[in-house]
Design a protein around this ligand. Structure first.
Ligand SMILES: *Cc1c(COP(=O)(O)O)cnc(C)c1O
Length: 411
């Protein structure tokens, strides 16, 4: 990334009043009292709303926006988003319950993920949601279930594309993958779908996550449309749904910056204007998780001890890896880097120092900030980890060492 100094992107989404962070208009100290305990996750409702508005402003008007629930399945968050987006994407039977309870129209819910059980598939067919087929065997299984239920299952084919999303944090397509049906096998699968009693919807092509390069996202979208046109030639009925995935990333680490959403929106508008007639009837969907909720959330824990070991300051907190695996560096990172962290009630502070923030677990992996410049903090102060609205609580091993789970609030 040219010209990037190796500092964190500024976390200006949360205002600071009297050197204390504000969440949803509430000062962090007051919020901690209101929650009644630490650690906790707090999500700012208005920041989530603003993020949807930003996307609506830049993405072409005909594009539907879906929320991928696994990023943050807190029911209050899902209910808030259900009123703002056009659909929900789920990845388990548990998420199906949360999605249906949110009031979202079942026709706008789709279910992706390998290894769906008969129970999950039955619930999905009975609910009338779209199932993204991850394999030929899943296709055969759901056909049997549909017959038993007397319903035509609404299905889309998840395609494992023959390309990758470049510079993606997590590659979800291209090469051999457990996700979707390999692009070259899709024509045969479509012929089968035509013979079975399915309500064929279209395609789901998701190539990767956490991308911060607009050019890479633009290239992937162009290739996705190209592949969809090619596959549409063999579709048993007109393609009505094209879920193009998402992959929009957020800046977590020093040197990372937000990508140019305006450039992605403009390019997608151009691509859709010139779309092949084979896809003219297709509802185009972009599905996003972390981009919608990640920057709206913080993780908050309290300093229990301050100790100095051989000249190095350790701020020991009541929170850690068991609540926030990703911030500890153990959720898919190759080299550990610090998330943006601050002392929430002393954002600038009177004095600053280099310190490490650790948790209560008996492992050196339990590290929330390694050698970071922070306000000089003491016992009772609140440590805040930013960019924590996605893949936080539910992506962490909360049972490890049997500490209580953190609270969660939507403010
Ligand atoms: C996890 C997932 C997403 C969301 O990914 P983000 O990086 O959080 O945007 C979208 N689609 C599918 C199919 C997923 O599995």
């Amino acid at each position: 990334m040219s010209g990037a100094r190796f500092v964190h992107a500024p976390m200006t989404q949360f205002p600071v009043v009297d050197d204390c962070l504000q969440v949803g208009g509430v000062s962090l100290m007051q919020l901690a009292e209101r929650v009644g305990r630490t650690p906790f996750y707090a999500y700012d409702r208005s920041l989530i709303t603003q993020r949807v508005e930003l996307l609506r402003q830049h993405l072409p008007a005909q594009v539907h926006l879906h929320y991928a629930i696994k990023a943050n399945p807190m029911p209050a968050v899902v209910q808030h988003l259900a009123k703002l987006v056009d659909g929900l994407d789920i990845a388990s039977g548990g998420e199906l319950k949360v999605a249906l309870a949110s009031g979202m129209n079942p026709e706008a819910i789709s279910f992706a993920g390998p290894g769906k059980t008969d129970k999950e598939l039955t619930a999905a067919v009975a609910a009338g949601i779209v199932v993204n087929l991850e394999s030929e065997r899943e296709m055969d299984r759901i056909a049997v279930l549909g017959k038993r239920l007397g319903t035509r299952p609404r299905v889309a084919v998840r395609v494992n594309p023959d390309f990758e999303l470049k510079s993606s944090g997590m590659k979800m397509g291209g090469g051999p993958k457990q996700f979707g049906i390999d692009a070259e096998r899709v024509p045969a699968a479509l012929a089968q779908i035509g013979e079975l009693d399915f309500d064929f919807q279209g395609f789901h092509i998701f190539c990767g996550s956490q991308n911060l390069r607009a050019e890479a996202i633009i290239e992937a979208q162009a290739k996705t449309l190209e592949l969809a046109v090619k596959l549409a030639k063999d579709a048993p009925s007109p393609v009505r749904l094209l879920n193009m995935g998402g992959g929009f990333g957020i800046p977590y680490f020093p040197g990372e910056m937000s990508f140019d959403i305006a450039a992605v929106g403009t390019s997608l508008g151009r691509l859709l204007n010139g779309i092949d007639p084979l896809l003219a009837q297709a509802q185009v969907v972009v599905e996003l998780g972390r981009y919608l909720v990640g920057e709206a959330g913080i993780y908050v824990c309290r300093i229990i001890d301050r100790k100095i070991s051989r000249g190095h300051v350790f701020l020991v907190t009541d929170g850690g890896l068991h609540h926030h695996l990703a911030a500890s560096g153990n959720f898919g990172q190759v080299i550990r880097k610090n998330y943006p962290v601050a002392v929430g009630n002393k954002v600038v502070g009177r004095e600053r120092e280099i310190a490490s923030v650790v948790g209560p677990l008996c492992t050196p992996l339990d590290l929330l900030a390694d050698n970071m410049e922070l306000a000089k903090a003491d016992v009772g102060d609140l440590i805040v980890v930013f960019q924590s609205g996605a893949y936080g609580l539910t992506a962490s091993p909360t049972a490890f060492l049997s500490h209580p789970a953190p609270a969660e609030v939507l403010v």
